[in-house]
Design a protein around this ligand. Structure first.
Ligand SMILES: Nc1ncnc2c1ncn2[C@@H]1O[C@H](COP(=O)(O)OP(=O)(O)OP(=O)(O)O)[C@@H](O)[C@H]1O
Length: 257
């Protein structure tokens, strides 16, 4: 079966004043893959994610997501494409005045024509899917540990049963055990829900554990993409030091051992 491109980015340029973050960047994301996006701090990973999900307007270029030209489509078409995606931000970005359940219900209120009881049941299902205990639905973000807040953010990202999940530094701030549990959760949900995952991370263990393919942002574009094994053979100083540094060796050793 031929692979389907679910996100196609061509000629993307992002500028802030004189700072050029992306220059003529191209990237394809295929249905069902977990794509990791790495790059030095400031290389434009978050700006890329925000451009795709419509949180900022790029200076130039074309982004086609699920068949919609997101930079040129009508607001209604953009909203329809966006409802088929979910985004989990680094700090969870939960509404502090709402309970976890209400946070998970929030996207449904806008997009799903279902009664309150069904909405609540769907939210509780998402909460259990991400491994939170049932009572977590009644808690508020301030009552949650960092790991629970990440899971609650993930439950909200899954609210509308998305086809594409965007994760921005999902394991940042978690202890190694919590991070590895989160990696396993992403892997199992991709398998059970058939998700496509776009994952921005610095975490080599996460790359090793979850990603089919990794795209490296450098020189204002996607310098190279491939599997971890392929990227270890790329002759570029940043790529080489990233994938051959002590942390990379530790991640590989942990995966083998
Ligand atoms: N709203 C903005 N206004 C001006 N400059 C911005 C804005 N957003 C991002 N930038 C700049 O764009 C560049 C890329 O930022 P971005 O946050 O995408 O980097 P990153 O690769 O995600 O970094 P990190 O790994 O540190 O999170 C940085 O130089 C940043 O200062």
């Amino acid at each position: 079966m031929e692979a389907e491109t679910v996100i196609e980015i061509r000629g993307l340029t992002n500028r802030f004043g004189k700072t050029v973050v992306h220059d003529n960047l191209s990237l394809d994301v295929m249905r069902g893959e977990v794509l990791g996006v790495v790059g030095a701090s400031g290389s434009g990973k978050s700006v890329l994610l925000r451009s795709i999900v419509g949180l900022m307007t790029p200076s130039a270029g074309q982004i086609t997501m699920l068949g919609t030209d997101v930079l040129r489509a009508s607001a209604a078409d953009r909203a329809a494409a966006s409802a088929r995606t979910g985004v989990m931000f680094q700090d969870g970005a939960l509404f502090s005045a709402l309970s976890v359940r209400e946070n998970v219900e929030a996207p449904m209120r806008e997009r799903l024509a279902v009664d309150a009881e069904t909405r609540r049941a769907l939210a509780d299902l998402r909460i259990s899917m991400v491994g939170l205990p049932p009572e977590a639905g009644d808690l508020f973000p301030a009552d949650l540990s960092g790991g629970m807040r990440k899971r609650a953010g993930l439950a909200r990202a899954l609210s509308l049963d998305p086809e594409i999940l965007f994760l921005d530094e999902p394991t940042a701030g978690l202890d190694p055990i919590g991070a590895s549990a989160f990696d396993s959760l992403v892997t199992s949900m991709r398998a059970t829900l058939g998700l496509t995952v776009f994952l921005v991370t610095h975490d080599l263990d996460t790359l090793q554990a979850t990603c089919d393919r990794i795209a490296v942002l450098a020189e204002r574009r996607v310098l190279v993409s491939g599997t971890m094994a392929e990227l270890r053979n790329v002759d570029d100083p940043w790529v080489h030091s990233y994938f051959h540094g002590p942390r990379a060796h530790a991640a590989l050793a942990a995966a083998v051992g």
